[in-house]
Structure formats: C-alpha cells, structure tokens
Design a protein around this ligand. Structure first.
Ligand code: ATP
Length: 498
C-alpha cells in the first residue's frame, strides 16, 4: 500500500503523460491513436548507431549519432550522403546494419533488442557505464515482451518487465502507463519510480559485423591476394594454418591458409557459395576467398580469444561460472538452430570449431568445410584410426553408415556441452577411439561429469539418444539452455507483480 501511495504521488507530480487513476485498479492511457510507424520516403534521414571507419576509398566514415541520407539502397551496403558530423556533405558506401531511420525505435540509443539478459548484465557492468545506465531488450522467457535492465549503485543489475496494454501503451508499474517506450524512459529518468533513476543509455561497445567486407566484395568475393597482409600466426589445424591479417590496410580479418591438396577448389567454391549466405550473429562470417592459386585462402571475421577449446582450457576457463558456461552453450545452439533452419549441416561441431570473442561471445566456425576436405584415406575406418576423424564427436550412424544429418550435429553438440562443462577435457577420457566405437552401440554413454548440474546432463543425454529422430532440435536445445538461466524470474524486480 505504501508503494502504491508513493507511486501515485509521483504520478501526479510527473510532467509526462500519466494515466493513473487511483480509483481504478487498472489504469489505461486515454483512447488516443498511437503514432504510426514512420513510413520510409525519399530523403528519409538515418541515424548512425555505431562508428564506422571507411575500409575502401568508396566508403564513407561516420560516427554514432551522425545523420545520413541513403541515395541508393542495395541489400547490405547503401550509397549515402552525410548530413551531419564527420561525413557531412560527403558521399560513399555505408553498411546498412549500422544505421536506423531517424525517430524509429531502432534509432534509440537505449534500444538493444537482441541482447540477452546475461549479456545485458555484462554490458551494463562494464567500466564505461555509471549508475543508472540502462537498456531495453526483448525478454527471453516471454516472446513479444520487453525488459528494462538498469545498473544499480552496488554494481548490480536489476531487470524490470515492461508490459503492454491491449491498446498499445507500455508500463512497468500498472499505476502508470505511457504511449511510447520513449515516454516511459523519459519518465523514469526524471523520477525515482524504480529503485534507480535512469541516467544514460548503456554504452554500445561492440559494433556488429558488417555483411561482407565492403560493397565491392559482396558479389566479387574472390579478392586479390595482394590486398591481404598476414601479420601473426594464430594456430594450425589438420588442413592448414590460421593467421591474423589485415585487408586493404584497413580491416582486421582471420586468414585460413589451406595445405595444397586439402580440397578440390571447385568443390570448395560450390560449398562456399552456400557458406557465405549463412549469416547469423552466432556464425563466423565468411568474408572472401583467394582461390586462383594455392594455397587457398579463406578470409573470415577475426575472434579475439581464439578457439573455445583453448579458451576453456586456459586460465580464463577457470574464471567462468556455470551461468557463463550455459550461456556459451546456448549461443552455439542459437547458431546451430540457424544452420538447422537453412537445412544445412555442420559435420564437425566441437569446441575446437567454435571461436570466442570479447565478453564470452561464441560463434560457430568451419561449418560445411568437413564435407569438402579430402580425407587422406577414403576408408573412413582407416582415417579414424589415423586420428583424422573426430570419432569421439561423431554420432554412431555417421561413423558406421556415413549418415551425416542435423541430428548427427545434435549428437556432437552433446559432446560439446561436455567439453564446456569440463573446461575442455577430452571426451571419454579413459577410452580409445576404438573402444568408443565398440561401446556406443551397446548403450554406453559418458557419465555425468563432476560438478555438472543434472538438468545440463539431461540435455546432453537427450543429444545422445540412439535414434536420431529422438534427439531434440537445435531450436529446442537453444530454449532449454536459455531457460536454465532465465527461469529465475525472482530476480526480476517485483514492481509489476500483481
Ligand atoms: P581442424 O581444422 O583440424 O579441425 P582447428 O579447427 O583447431 O582444427 P583451424 O580451424 O585451422 O584448426 O584453427 C586453428 C586455430 O587458429 C584455432 O584453434 C584458433 O585458435 C585459431 N583461429 C582459427 N580461426 C580463427 C579466427 N577466425 N579468429 C581467431 N582465431 C582463429
């Protein structure tokens, strides 16, 4: 009752639209039409959401907040003219995913729709943010709902559910509702209606990957070898080496150099046509290739922390909490759910083929490559014995009948979860490949690893069902894992409990 009165008083003092009527239990905004979503017209102004530095002489550099007018829109790169800021009165190509129409929700600096709850916490707790920093994101546990996450004084993050009224308004507390999210934000920036007064939008530290390296490389993605400089060797796999490189003296990339003879160029190019279309925030983007001579180069986005396997095994792994580990698993499931949706198959899913960026961001790499690599020995069993075949990650039907499907990827995902939870331990640690091949058909499965929660082991066990049809989809795996850390609704503030 006390809180109710406080909120009522605040409501009456507010300079913003306030529809609270203490006589009514449920308050509604007056019956006013909501402003229509802006319709795009020629000359429509866009706001830059992130900084962008030109990578070619045809590009336009701009800073977050600059205004731009697209003159010609193609799919991923637009030809635009700068209106304000460093790009003012200049023309060039801009990445379309770096801008949003002025006055749209997407242009609001506090709107982070695709950010997960745990990511929101990490972002808000980063050093650049001060008390009251906030963002609004899609709620993971309830599709279509929104959540407000804010940084409190004690460096903790609190989450508030934003509810919608049937006629379109928004509210955190039923006492007070608003026509738009902007009005809601403005209101709670001015009064202490929540346990924290909102101060400024969470800093956007990471710009998204552009689609392709530049306007020109979207279609012509065979790039001259001379446009790449290889700077530092990052590692080596069975089929070649990986370097940190720089493209066009402007853009950091990873370059995979393939051992001559590891694959047929025509096969690779056919597969790569599909791979380059697979774009998702949790899949490593294939940027470009150099295939006119050997060694073939595969140019992809660069990930600051290398492979998930090394990341788990190094000291960083020791500082990971179970919630981080589950979140990493759910990120991989999210990338794989997209591959599933596209009717594609990875064929070699394992922690060594997942890469880690800043803030534990995980992306699936090397999808589809296994199909085009030429195994040294065509005989699968020979290859397995020679250590060329990832037996311990491969589903029985793929080992015995060469049946690779998205369901054999699900089996591998179960093994990957085991790697995550054991900080990169070798699966079936006391068994040889041969023993694994012999024991699986007899029903043997790895036992629950030490310190692994039962619900996580249950998910792994589902992935290792004998019949591929009985294994879950990646979509299911994604929500099951997300539910593991989002089930705890009690950590939501109860302002809107009723
Ligand atoms: P294999 O190809 O035999 O399955 P692998 O996947 O470990 O083994 P590569 O894909 O060649 O081998 O990668 C070798 C190492 O290079 C990785 O373990 C990782 O540390 C690093 N690496 C690969 N790609 C990238 C990238 N895009 N960004 C940063 N580091 C990378």
């Amino acid at each position: 009752m006390e809180g109710f009165r406080e909120r009522f008083i605040l409501c009456c003092q507010s300079t913003f639209p306030c529809f609270g009527d203490p006589a009514n239990e449920f308050t509604k905004p007056p019956n006013r039409e909501l402003p229509p979503t802006p319709v795009e017209k020629p000359g429509c102004v866009y706001i830059a959401l992130y900084d962008y530095t030109a990578r070619t002489e045809n590009d336009l550099s701009f800073n977050a907040g600059d205004k731009l007018e697209p003159l010609r829109k193609e799919e991923d790169w637009w030809y635009a003219r700068g209106i304000t800021g460093i790009s003012a009165n200049k023309e060039g190509y801009i990445p379309a995913n770096y801008v949003a129409p002025e006055e749209s929700l997407d242009a609001e600096p506090w709107y982070f729709p695709e950010t997960k709850r745990l990511e929101a916490e990490k972002m808000l707790m980063s050093q650049e943010n001060k008390n009251g920093a906030f963002l609004i994101r899609n709620c993971e546990s309830q599709a279509g709902e929104l959540s407000l996450s804010a940084l409190l004084q004690n460096k903790k993050v609190k989450h508030f559910k934003i509810r919608r009224l049937d006629n379109g308004g928004y509210f955190v507390s039923r006492i007070q509702s608003f026509f738009t999210l902007k009005e809601l934000v403005e209101h709670y920036s001015n009064v202490d209606g929540l346990s924290v007064r909102l101060t400024e939008p969470c800093k956007k530290t990471m710009a998204p990957e552009t689609h392709g390296l530049s306007y020109n490389t979207v279609d012509q993605w065979e790039i001259p070898r001379s446009s790449l400089k290889l700077l530092k060797k990052l590692g080596a796999g069975q089929f070649g080496e990986v370097y940190e490189g720089i493209w066009n003296d402007s853009t950091a990339v990873a370059v995979k150099t393939l051992k001559p003879g590891s694959m047929d160029t025509k096969d690779f190019l056919r597969e790569a046509q599909i791979m380059k279309k697979l774009r998702h925030p949790k899949l490593i983007q294939l940027y470009a290739v150099c295939t006119t001579e050997e060694p073939i180069y595969i140019v992809t986005e660069l990930m600051s922390n290398g492979s998930l396997l090394e990341y788990l095994q190094k000291d960083r792994g020791a500082s990971l909490q179970m919630s981080d580990q589950i979140e990493m698993g759910s990120q991989v499931a999210s990338g794989m759910a997209f591959i599933e949706l596209q009717n594609y198959i990875h064929r070699d899913l394992a922690a060594r083929n997942v890469l880690v960026g800043d803030n534990n961001v995980c992306k699936v790499a090397d999808f589809g490559l296994a199909r085009v690599f030429q195994m040294e020995n065509e005989n699968v069993y020979e290859a397995k014995e020679g250590g060329k075949f990832p037996v311990k990650w491969t589903a029985p039907e793929a080992i015995h009948e060469n049946k690779f499907t998205i369901k054999s990827d699900v089996w591998s995902f179960g093994i990957l979860l085991y790697e995550i939870v054991t900080f990169g331990q070798m699966p079936y640690p006391t068994m040889t490949n041969f023993q694994v091949i012999q024991q699986l058909p007899k029903g043997y499965r790895m036992p629950c690893p030490l310190n692994c929660p039962k619900y996580l082991y249950d998910i792994m066990s589902e992935c290792w069902k004998d019949s591929p049809a009985d294994r879950p989809t990646f979509e299911t795996l994604q929500w099951k894992l997300e539910d593991c850390f989002d089930m705890d609704v009690s950590s939501y503030d109860d302002t809107n409990r009723y």
